[in-house]
Design a protein around this ligand. Structure first.
Ligand code: ZN
Length: 386
């Protein structure tokens, strides 16, 4: 049991100074003043601290990713401590470019290893290619019968690395994923990787216009990777779609026209997009390959979890986005979009995933599923081989 006293609560809505009581892995009470004299209650003095929901990073290559340029360029898997340092308590893992040398079996195993330490981990089944890489041999069975798997992705479109899926292939795939989601009370969403092709969101728009599949069944990511795609993304969000911005970047990408994620949030809001349709994800441990105009690989770096926290801070401090709105993009919105019903908010009966920030948005405490993971800015839990 943990009692947090006198903390400035953003649920992500601003609630003012509150006490929060946690028992087991749940938030069980929130009031102006909670007093108790029970033994075994850890007290945390929240004066001058801000409480926010644990961040949700909903596009992470937990197993590592990439491999463009050869096997020695496969990126390594994620470390628990790097997730915690970013204030992240919920991850959605995915495979990525390589659905052959990397498998769903390994991805599920990695998810379970992170869950062992107290994180919440969900997965997308599949990879860049269609037909998809699956665990059971059937994308619908993966979603319906594997607890961690909530949807599919990242399926690549408008990219020279995609499997160039046809309209009919995409139509069948998205409808199967959606149906499996309906049958198992999961989101059944398809997370689409968007590349730099001039086609931008055309493959998704074609599906929205020519099928009965709702626009909310698609979650396109990397929408901030170039100005043209960003423009199309704003149109898509104004039609009712969700769009995701990637926070991991390089100086070179920004020079070439990538819109940095917190700026993309600001510009989207200015263009009239509802905050509820915007998310940010880190693309952590994914490769960040750089290609020339002919598709030749000319450089390589790696995505990081911490970029999500940096983007959140920048949105608030540099771009003057309200704390509530900036927080929504990495807490409540992904929870709503992905139907993670116990996540994304500090409310009674929700999972006890809480970050306590200093006023400058440096992390002081992280609580995940009711367990203290960071205390006084010191990491308490590390992976066994860290
Ligand atoms: Zn991607």
């Amino acid at each position: 049991m943990i009692l947090i006293k006198n903390v400035d609560l953003y649920s992500p809505e601003k609630k003012g100074i509150k006490d929060i009581f946690i028992a087991g892995n749940k938030i069980v009470d929130i009031q102006d003043n909670i007093t108790m004299d029970l033994e075994n209650v850890k007290k945390i003095e929240g004066n001058n601290l801000i409480a926010t929901p644990g961040l949700i990073d909903s596009h992470v290559h937990i197993l590592g990713g990439g491999g463009e340029g050869g096997f020695h360029k496969r990126t390594p898997g994620i470390k628990l401590s790097n997730v915690l340092k970013a204030g992240v308590t919920t991850l959605v893992g995915c495979l990525g470019t390589d659905g052959i040398a990397r498998s769903m079996e390994s991805l599920v195993a990695k998810a379970k290893s992170l869950k062992h330490y107290g994180l919440s981990v969900y997965l997308y089944s599949g990879s860049y290619q269609l037909p998809p890489t699956t665990l059971t041999g059937d994308i619908m069975k993966d979603i319906m019968f594997i607890d961690e798997i909530i949807g599919a992705g990242e399926v690549a479109i408008s990219d020279h690395r995609s499997s160039q899926p046809s309209f009919n292939e995409l139509k069948k795939f998205v409808s199967n994923v959606r149906r499996a989601g309906i049958l198992s009370d999961k989101c059944g969403i398809v997370n689409f990787h968007l590349g730099d092709s001039k086609k931008c969101l055309k493959p998704i728009n074609n599906l929205v216009e020519n099928t009965e599949i709702p626009i909310t069944q698609f979650l396109p990511t990397h929408i901030n990777r170039n100005p043209e795609l960003f423009k199309e993304g704003i149109k898509f969000a104004k039609k009712g779609g969700y769009i995701d911005f990637t926070t991991s970047t390089t100086k070179k990408f920004l020079e070439l026209g990538e819109v940095e994620a917190p700026l993309a949030i600001k510009k989207s809001l200015e263009a009239g997009v509802s905050i509820n349709h915007l998310t940010m994800t880190s693309d952590g441990q994914g490769s960040l390959p750089e290609f020339d105009e002919n598709g030749n690989l000319i450089g390589m770096s790696i995505g990081t979890s911490i970029s999500l926290l940096k983007a959140l801070k920048k949105a608030i401090i540099k771009y003057n986005i309200s704390i509530e709105n900036a927080l929504k993009t990495v807490t409540l919105n992904p929870a709503n979009i992905l139907s993670l019903k116990k996540k994304g908010e500090i409310k009674i009966n929700k999972d006890a995933d809480i970050v306590l920030f200093n006023r400058d948005f440096t992390i002081k405490y992280v609580i995940s599923n009711g367990s203290l993971m960071i205390k006084n800015s010191k990491i308490l839990k590390k992976g066994i081989f860290e």
